[in-house]
Ligand binder design. Structure first.
Ligand code: 13P
Length: 255
């Protein structure tokens, strides 16, 4: 098996951008541009925009996700939203473990694991983010960091449940900086994540497993990154806020 047997997933991560009205307008603009995609197209939006996004995307090939979820079903967790609530609202995907959550909101490998568990329990599809910081990259420990984050997040996840997870390799130093990993490095580190999945499960499970790249992927560099055998799509920040740019990336993944 190889890349040809894995459907690419292009996902936008809007982060803390767009009101509900802006959400509807941007999705309306994107719909005709991505309708012929030969890849899965997902937009992960702020909680407050989920209903507007699902409404706007209705009847199109765009799937909607949230940007995080809590590990508990309910309770005294002011400001949080549970996986159960997302599922009840009809949300299909959720990003977990984004480096901005790890960096600014105290997310650890263990809480990432707990949130993955909660999302799977609710039947959500998970985009699990892993990635090394600039310092870790300079220290030459990228592979170890990716393996550790992957192994802890996937603890107790069955091979059947693994089918509901994709991993996004997002080097922290490449996010929002305009610095992108070289296509060779993206391929190499995505391959290391895939090998880790093979170690934890089976070679077949790893071959079928989607590993995205994220970090300053844009309309200009997407085609080269996506041409690599281990790069099965992208998690796109800034460029997913522009209909035209996002659609160019979707088209690059559809070849
Ligand atoms: P940028 O594409 O803006 O670098 O963001 C990447 C990202 O963090 C996606 O989750």
């Amino acid at each position: 098996m190889n890349k040809a047997t894995r459907k690419a997933v292009i996902a936008g991560n809007w982060k803390m951008n767009n009101t509900p009205a802006e959400t509807a307008a941007l999705i309306d603009a994107m719909k005709p541009l991505v309708k012929d995609a030969d890849c899965d197209v997902v937009l992960c939006v702020p909680y407050i925009d989920l209903f507007a996004a699902m409404d706007a995307a209705k009847g199109s090939n765009i799937k909607i996700g949230a940007e995080n979820c809590h590990w508990a079903e309910k309770g005294a967790f002011t400001g949080e939203v549970s996986a159960k609530m997302l599922n009840a609202c009809g949300v299909e995907y959720v990003i977990i473990g984004h480096s901005e959550r790890r960096q600014y909101f105290g997310e650890t490998d263990v809480t990432v694991h707990d949130r993955v568990r909660a999302a799977l329990n609710e039947g959500l599809k998970v985009i699990l983010c892993v990635g090394e910081t600039e310092t870790e990259n300079e220290q030459g420990i990228t592979a170890e960091v990716l393996r550790k984050q992957t192994k802890i997040a996937l603890q107790g996840v069955s091979e059947e449940e693994l089918k509901s997870i994709i991993i996004a390799y997002e080097p922290v130093w490449a996010i929002g900086t305009g610095k992108t990993a070289t296509a060779e490095d993206a391929d190499k580190y995505n391959g290391i994540i895939r090998a880790c999945v093979a170690e934890l499960y089976t070679a077949e499970a790893a071959e079928a497993f989607t590993v995205q790249y994220g970090g300053s992927m844009n309309a200009k560099n997407a085609a080269e990154l996506l041409s690599k055998v281990n790069v099965d799509g992208g998690l796109i920040g800034g460029a997913s806020l522009k209909a035209e740019d996002f659609s160019i990336i979707v088209k690059a993944a559809s070849i």
